[in-house]
Design a binder for this molecule. Sequence first.
Ligand code: AMP
Ligand code: ZN
Length: 140
Amino acid sequence: MRDDCIFCKIIDGRIPSASIYEDEDFRVILDISPAAKGHALILPKEHYANLYELPEDLAAKAMLLAKKLAAHMTEKLQCDGFNLVQNNGEVAGQTVFHFHLHLIPRYKDGDNRDLLTWKQLSYGDGEAQALAELLRYPKA
Ligand code: AMP
Ligand code: ZN
């Protein structure tokens, strides 16, 4: 637990939150400034600043929980689609430095169709191939 971390304070009850799920590893709360109705955050109970720090077993559990909650929330909210968003580092839009996975319901009739669209770039000749070589990851 970090005294300077707002999500640690939420997890230990020092700051109130609207909680929708809790188990031994995670708490899931509604985002206080939602991008869409029902926008929620999966928070590990232990403090890890970001995905780089998060242990592999918790990363796997977080994704499994996201899958289950996506189905549950879609049924309850009758939303039409769903985004998982996870920011790491200030440059990537992270504002709270305690790992969290955003669960964002999407609605056909919503006013936020462009919520996660970005300007598309393109690669020059051979650039994608060179990048793929740089990034190729050996099979475990
Ligand atoms: P990120 O930009 O990925 O770091 O997301 C941080 C999220 O935390 C934002 O969507 C905020 O609205 C949300 N947030 C910040 N403070 C609280 C809080 N006290 N309760 C619930 N959500 C919060
Ligand atoms: Zn924390």
